[in-house]
Ligand binder design. Structure first.
Ligand code: TYC
Length: 105
């Protein structure tokens, strides 16, 4: 009995959780097609910034090339923003007009 009481004291006291934890909102990183950026550069950028294997990066690039735009990934805001900036920075350094935008899911 004494042991049960001690056990009870040790395990039953729990603060009530006030807010449910939930997944962060996601943002889409979207690549836009243009007529000047080379296919090789787009594939390289997708691999470098989004850590996608070559075959998948090529698939995404071709999808953007054909449809005009395409989602490269979905991330919490800060990560999506950083990746968008990285893509634009690499494009600028290499003198390509490649555009990348962030969209709310
Ligand atoms: N359309 C470009 C070309 O023919 C290739 C390209 C693909 C450019 C995707 C941008 O987001 C892009 N060289």
């Amino acid at each position: 009995m004494a042991e049960e009481t001690r056990k009870g004291l040790g395990t039953e006291i729990k603060e009530k959780q006030k807010h449910k934890t939930r997944e962060p909102d996601l943002f889409k990183v979207v690549l836009l097609n243009d007529d000047y950026t080379t296919m090789d550069f787009v594939v390289w950028v997708i691999q470098k910034v989004f850590h996608k294997p070559a075959a998948e990066a090529t698939k995404v690039m071709m999808d953007v090339h054909k449809k005009g735009r395409g989602v490269v990934g979905r991330f919490p805001y800060d990560i999506a923003r950083t990746k968008t900036v990285q893509v634009k920075q690499l494009a600028k350094e290499n003198e390509y007009p490649l555009e990348c935008v962030l969209e709310k899911e």
